[in-house]
Ligand binder design. Structure first.
Ligand SMILES: *[C@@H]1O[C@H](CO)[C@@H](O)[C@H](O)[C@H]1NC(C)=O
Ligand SMILES: *[C@@H]1O[C@H](CO)[C@@H](O)[C@H](O)[C@H]1NC(C)=O
Ligand SMILES: *[C@@H]1O[C@H](CO)[C@@H](O)[C@H](O)[C@H]1NC(C)=O
Ligand SMILES: *[C@@H]1O[C@H](CO)[C@@H](O)[C@H](O)[C@H]1NC(C)=O
Ligand SMILES: *[C@@H]1O[C@H](CO)[C@@H](O)[C@H](O)[C@H]1NC(C)=O
Ligand SMILES: *[C@@H]1O[C@H](CO)[C@@H](O)[C@H](O)[C@H]1NC(C)=O
Length: 328
């Protein structure tokens, strides 16, 4: 009888045995303490709570694999102790307006991280070149921060990267030549928009397979025709609001894959090649505010014609004519 009672008392203890690894628990308590308002905003992160109830832990190793904080008013620099969560696969610090300071080197200890996202914060300083030590990274998202300085060429050496988003910062300098020789075979997305990048796009980028590229709202100049070519699989190209100047007549389009194309607000000249009419996936097109001339090709096969296409797609060029603009 006593034995049975004892078993009944012990059973729940066995079932709820703490999974959290002591090293992870220590790191998480350190992280909490390093925010100036951590005690106030994270009352549930306590020493007697199993961290695997708060965070995703690996089923077999019981190590924390996902550390995500989003829509949080936690204040202070990025906690160095995040680098102690060495089994993380996902690091996400998103929409944290009071997160400040630079990206700490300790984060390079996250050798297993595949999704690295510090976005919509007030983190500043340079994009550190040591991020190239995160060899497992597939998605690197540093968009909507207050980062400045050049893009480190070393990011091109990340062997597994499929997405890089550095848009909406204050980055300067040019797109590194190394980006035309990425270690990763196929980049799904490259986002560099809304920065202060200048200079020319390295020609070698034309050899890369990139599905979505957005370099809009920078001060890039020269040729961007290497982004085009009928042998590519690109679906979205946005080079709008730069200083590009090249002859569009010489370009061929990726007619099987192209979905959106925005080249507006540049100094692009020549004619719109009629080969673009074969792009049956095309949903939106904007060539306005350039120096184009000649007859607008037709008829279009645009999928969502009413939204993606009207005269505003063609206005403010040198001498484009024909529907939907005036007759030639
Ligand atoms: C950065 O801080 C400013 C001022 O506190 C705030 O207005 C802005 O929303 C913050 N930025 C982000 C991306 O949270
Ligand atoms: C953002 O960076 C600029 C300089 O690059 C600085 O003047 C500004 O104060 C920073 N904003 C915040 C909220 O850190
Ligand atoms: C943009 O780049 C051009 C050179 O291509 C330069 O003359 C101009 O000052 C730059 N504009 C800004 C706003 O940086
Ligand atoms: C484009 O996509 C097709 C089908 O997914 C693939 O077979 C082809 O190798 C790709 N082309 C390039 C240049 O990667
Ligand atoms: C563009 O189209 C709108 C609506 O169809 C029309 O009101 C406008 O006059 C057109 N503008 C030009 C410059 O053709
Ligand atoms: C094309 O771009 C211009 C300039 O940014 C904009 O005013 C217009 O609405 C755009 N048209 C379409 C159809 O996207």
């Amino acid at each position: 009888m006593t034995m049975l009672l004892l078993l009944l008392l012990l059973a729940p203890v066995v079932v709820t045995a703490e999974r959290c690894h002591p090293d992870d628990k220590a790191a998480i308590l350190k992280i909490k303490d390093s925010f100036s308002n951590g005690r106030e905003l994270l009352p549930m992160w306590t020493a007697d709570r199993d961290c695997c109830n708060t965070f995703d832990c690996d089923e077999t190793t019981n190590r924390v694999i996902d550390f995500s904080l989003t829509n949080s008013n936690l204040a202070g620099p990025i906690p160095e102790a995040i680098g102690d969560l060495t089994y993380l696969k996902t690091l996400r610090l998103h929409k944290m307006p009071f997160l400040i300071g630079q990206i700490p080197r300790s984060l390079t200890r996250l050798k297993h991280v595949t999704f690295f996202d510090i976005s919509w914060t007030n983190v500043s300083g340079h994009v550190p070149s040591f991020l190239s030590e995160l060899k497992s990274v597939m998605i690197l998202d540093l968009s909507f921060n207050n980062l400045s300085g050049p893009i480190p060429p070393s990011l091109a050496t990340l062997p597994n990267m499929i997405g890089l988003d550095l848009s909406r910062n204050q980055l300067t300098g040019s797109i590194p030549e190394s980006f035309g020789h990425l270690a990763s075979p196929a980049l799904q997305g490259l986002g560099l928009s809304h920065n202060m990048l200048s200079g020319e796009i390295p020609t070698s980028i034309g050899n890369m397979q990139i599905y979505r590229i957005d370099v809009s709202r920078n001060n890039l100049s020269g040729d961007a025709s290497m982004l085009f070519g009928s042998s590519k699989n690109t679906s979205e190209i946005d080079i709008s609001r730069n200083n590009f100047a090249f002859d569009l007549s010489r370009v061929t389009f990726m007619v099987d894959t192209l979905v959106t194309l925005d080249i507006s607000h540049n100094k692009i000249y020549g004619e719109i090649p009629s080969q673009i009419l074969e792009a049956y996936m095309l949903q939106s097109l904007n060539v306005s505010y350039n120096r184009l001339c000649g007859t607008i090709p037709s008829p279009w096969k645009l999928k969502y014609r009413s939204e993606g296409f009207d005269n505003s797609s063609f206005l403010h060029n040198k001498c484009l004519c024909g529907p939907p603009l005036a007759q030639c």
